[in-house]
Design a protein around this ligand. Structure first.
Ligand code: R5P
Length: 303
């Protein structure tokens, strides 16, 4: 192989799976970072000998996130000091929700993380559906957040009801662009959910802004499902308002604690997420590495 670019799998099963996917799709040599844990819990990292000078380094930041981040920083530093030209691909960017000082004194985790990655020599950065696009400004180089919803809409076309029966909803107005991207590709209507408080009982109600859900199948689209609270509450209310079925689609399925049970007991009929985090029983994962590989089709052309 005379192309001067290779794929390097970072630590963890998900990094390995994306690296394999890219290596196969692009016909590039694949290497893996060697890692182990010392008896005292500290991390050990060793780079393989990579013949090519350019490296697409895949390091996902799934749990344990702090350990993965440290392994990534060690690897980036070693890649830089050995003289490699590095493109970093991090399908799930941990800490992306801590993107500003919500309370005075809070650390802006995603800012530090992206600044560290850049300062350790990564010259391009790719992730999938970052929580806030604005966060990418902290990486002072070419940074891309890949939009998975058109791809997921295609894969899910035989798992969800017919587009004409579906109403795609975002859980709030701030996320309506996600619903729009999914709906446009799926061929359905979209809207967002508004929350209102009953002035007498104080209870919170959630309902679509303009389009009634009665008799419709609803697909709630979000970037992350963490505790499941947002989607479960919305599903319960939409079903009370006469929705026929409610499905959840998200890029990143964190599923903290009993999130899956919470979603099921909220009446969700199907849960579909990307494969950026570990899978769970009762959840269908969509493999996103083919979509990532498409971004690197130029590497296939090099010779
Ligand atoms: C919020 O800004 C995010 O887009 C998600 O809606 C949120 O992180 C979901 O969290 P949970 O599943 O814990 O309600």
């Amino acid at each position: 192989m005379d192309r001067n670019i290779a794929v390097l799998a970072g630590t963890g099963e998900i990094s390995l799976s994306y690296a394999r996917g890219l290596s196969n799709a692009l016909g590039l040599e694949m290497y893996s970072v060697e890692s182990k844990v010392f008896p005292d819990g500290e991390s050990y990292i060793r780079l393989p000998e990579i013949k090519e000078g350019n490296v697409i380094y895949i390091q996902n930041l799934d749990p344990p996130q702090d350990k993965r981040i440290w392994e990534m920083l060690l690897s980036l530093d070693k890649l830089r000091s050995t003289g490699y030209h590095v493109i970093l691909v991090t399908p799930y960017l941990a800490y992306s929700r801590q993107d500003k000082e919500f309370l005075k004194g809070e650390a802006i985790s995603v800012a530090l993380l992206l600044q560290l990655i850049r300062s350790l020599g990564a010259y391009e950065f790719y992730t999938i559906e970052v929580h806030q696009m604005n966060s990418l400004k902290f990486f002072t180089g070419r940074a891309l957040s890949l939009d998975p919803y058109p791809y997921m809409a295609g894969v899910l076309s035989d798992k969800l009801p017919h587009p004409s029966e579906v109403l795609v909803l975002s859980p709030d107005i701030g996320a309506i662009d996600r619903a729009r991207r999914f709906a446009d590709a799926f061929g359905s209507e979209f809207d967002y959910i508004v929350k209102r408080r009953d002035r007498f009982t104080g209870e919170i109600y959630m309902e679509p802004k303009g389009i009634p859900v009665r008799g419709r199948s609803v697909v709630i689209v979000d970037d992350i499902i963490s505790t499941g609270g947002t989607v479960a509450k919305a599903a319960r209310m939409l079903l009370e308002q006469g929705a026929y079925n409610v499905y959840a689609v998200a890029t990143h399925g964190v599923f903290a604690g009993n999130a899956v049970e919470k979603l099921k007991s909220g009446g969700i009929k199907g849960i579909y997420v990307g494969d950026t985090l570990p899978g769970r029983d009762g959840v269908v994962q969509v493999e996103l590495h083919p979509m990532v590989a498409r971004e690197f089709s130029w590497a296939k052309e090099l010779s």
